[in-house]
Design a protein around this ligand. Structure first.
Ligand SMILES: Nc1ncnc2c1ncn2[C@@H]1O[C@H](COP(=O)(O)OP(=O)(O)OP(=O)(O)O)[C@@H](O)[C@H]1O
Ligand SMILES: [Mg+2]
Length: 498
């Protein structure tokens, strides 16, 4: 009995296999009331699969899930909900065209007889927001909220009177540092009210800020559960990747400063940007810093031809260009690795192979036949160099873990052999080991003469990887720093200047 009273949720000896993968291999995991239990592991380790077994999204092959002393061999989504479990998935699940309140009550509308009681739903939403100490108007459309507030709506939606267990699968991935702080505030308040929380993240610093215990998964197994206070980053990383991992950035070759200018923006205005003048030199990594909404993604869209410029000139290799469409940009050797993999990155129903080779095929459409073998070889090469975890390249992308989908997006653009690559948040959702590999890959690209533009909200990454950092704020450039001037404080100051 003792154990049952102690744990609100317990997984015992859980197994789940997919064709070619043992996603869960004899996993045991427990959650105590009022604790924040972090779950970490490399991309494809089995974290999301484990939580899907208790949300009822999938059935385990074997094992027992105990919720508040009651044993289950499997759950349905409805049963899981009734037992007080709520899950916030890796990808947002909100309807942009509906209001905050409508999203919170989607599928469980409060009714007065036959009629949907909007007033009651708005009131209840307001009440939820008040409990979470966040200010959102229940009537506001979700598409008008920032990503940070959308996440808050997700949390409010997951909560109801009966929620005892909240599972958050990489909730911080799309958020800015400030938004993460706000979310942590909400998590702490929930914890105080007795809610038990499973917190999945690839950002290990967060684990130390928010969790009481941490469990590490690798290759479908749960290797260890530790008190967070009794462990450190090094130990966790070693367990995760199964070897010592040096978390360092590649050595930078000194730039002489007189490399050719490859791309130049001359008083460019459009897509929310104002009077941007900027030159990018061949072989450098230009970092773009700034807060979310500063205009960095908008700048990438202009360069890639997603949106037209209104005023000014873009000069590429000494000639004025007019990027009108992504296809044209690809043909000119410009690539964009987007931040939002679900919407712009991978085609989920297509195979890994077709995802990776598709833009290349388009760009090379002049050549009528591409040898299937060559294509396979190329895709295999990316699979191993990026360590895309999958039994084979013919799997559909939807079956990959979140981080591995991100790697497919990367491979897809690299396969095209572009000259300039714009990386928008290249390591979001990517595990520590693969992160190092992506940094190594960027370094190799630069050594091979490629030019990179990197948008990153991770300060360490921005400082570690860039040769030069340009900071934007509200659509304007507020400053530029050379390597010897790099400094976190200075960047933050420029980012919030207005
Ligand atoms: N529906 C599916 N069909 C086939 N394989 C699957 C399916 N779902 C998951 N897998 C495989 O199971 C393994 C575990 O995936 P899971 O999504 O649990 O990883 P994860 O730890 O959440 O990774 P990430 O950090 O990248 O989100 C992976 O190898 C994945 O490819
Ligand atoms: Mg996952």
């Amino acid at each position: 009995m003792g154990q049952q009273a102690e744990n609100i949720l317990e997984f015992r000896n859980i197994y789940k296999a997919y064709p070619g993968v043992q996603a869960l291999n004899n996993v045991s995991f427990s959650l105590r009331p009022g604790e924040v239990h972090a779950l970490v592991g490399e991309n494809g380790a089995g974290k999301s699969t484990l939580i899907k077994t208790c949300s009822g999204a999938i059935y385990p092959d074997a094992g027992t899930i105990t919720i508040a002393g009651e044993d289950f061999a499997w759950l349905t989504p409805k049963l899981s909900r009734q037992k007080g479990i709520a899950v916030i998935y890796q990808e947002f699940d909100l309807v942009n065209e509906l209001s905050a309140a409508e999203n919170i009550f989607l599928g469980k509308a409060i009714r007065k007889g036959w009629i949907i009681d909007r007033k009651a739903m708005n009131e209840r939403s307001r009440e939820l927001f008040r409990q979470l100490d966040i200010r959102i108007d229940p009537d506001v459309l979700v598409r008008d909220l920032t990503v940070g507030f959308q996440q808050m709506v997700e949390i409010a939606k997951a909560l109801s009177e009966e929620t005892k267990i909240l599972i958050m699968d990489e909730p911080s991935a799309p958020l800015t540092n400030q938004e993460i702080e706000a979310m942590f505030g909400v998590v702490r308040r929930l914890k105080e009210s007795g809610v038990a929380i499973v917190y999945i993240s690839h950002r290990l610093d967060e684990i130390f800020q928010i969790s009481d215990r941490v469990s590490v998964m690798r290759d479908g197994e749960l290797l260890a559960t530790m008190d967070t206070a009794g462990t450190d980053r090094e130990q966790i990383v070693k367990l995760m990747v199964g070897r010592e991992l040096k978390e360092t950035f590649p050595e930078k070759a000194a730039k002489t400063g007189d490399e050719d200018v490859l791309l130049e923006l001359d008083h460019v205005t459009g897509n929310g940007l104002k009077d941007i003048s900027l030159s990018i030199k061949r072989g450098e990594i230009l970092g773009l810093g700034g807060l979310i909404g500063a205009g960095r993604t908008e700048l990438a869209q202009l360069l890639f031809g997603v949106e037209p410029i209104k005023e000014g000139r873009i000069v590429y290799k000494g000639q004025e260009i007019h990027p009108k469409s992504p296809e044209k940009s690809i043909r000119m050797g410009i690539a964009l690795v987007p931040e939002d993999r679900k919407q712009q990155g991978v085609l989920l129903h297509m195979s890994i192979r077709d995802n990776i080779s598709m833009p290349m095929l388009k760009a090379l459409s002049k050549i009528s036949v591409i040898q299937g073998r060559q294509e396979n070889d190329l895709v295999e090469r990316f699979k191993s160099s990026l360590r895309i975890k999958t039994p084979n390249i013919h799997q559909i992308a939807n079956n990959l873990s979140g981080g591995n989908q991100q790697k497919v997006v990367l491979a897809k653009w690299l396969a095209n052999d572009p000259e300039i690559i714009i990386f928008d948040e290249p390591t979001r959702g990517i595990d520590v080991g693969a992160k190092q590999e992506i940094y190594g890959l960027m370094d190799e690209l630069v050594k091979a003469g490629k030019t990179l533009i990197m948008i990153s909200s991770e300060m360490e990454e921005l400082i570690g990887m860039s040769d030069r950092i340009v900071v934007l704020c509200e659509g304007r450039i507020t400053g530029e720093l050379r390597r010897e001037e790099f400094d976190q404080e200075a960047i933050l100051k420029l980012a919030s200047m207005n």
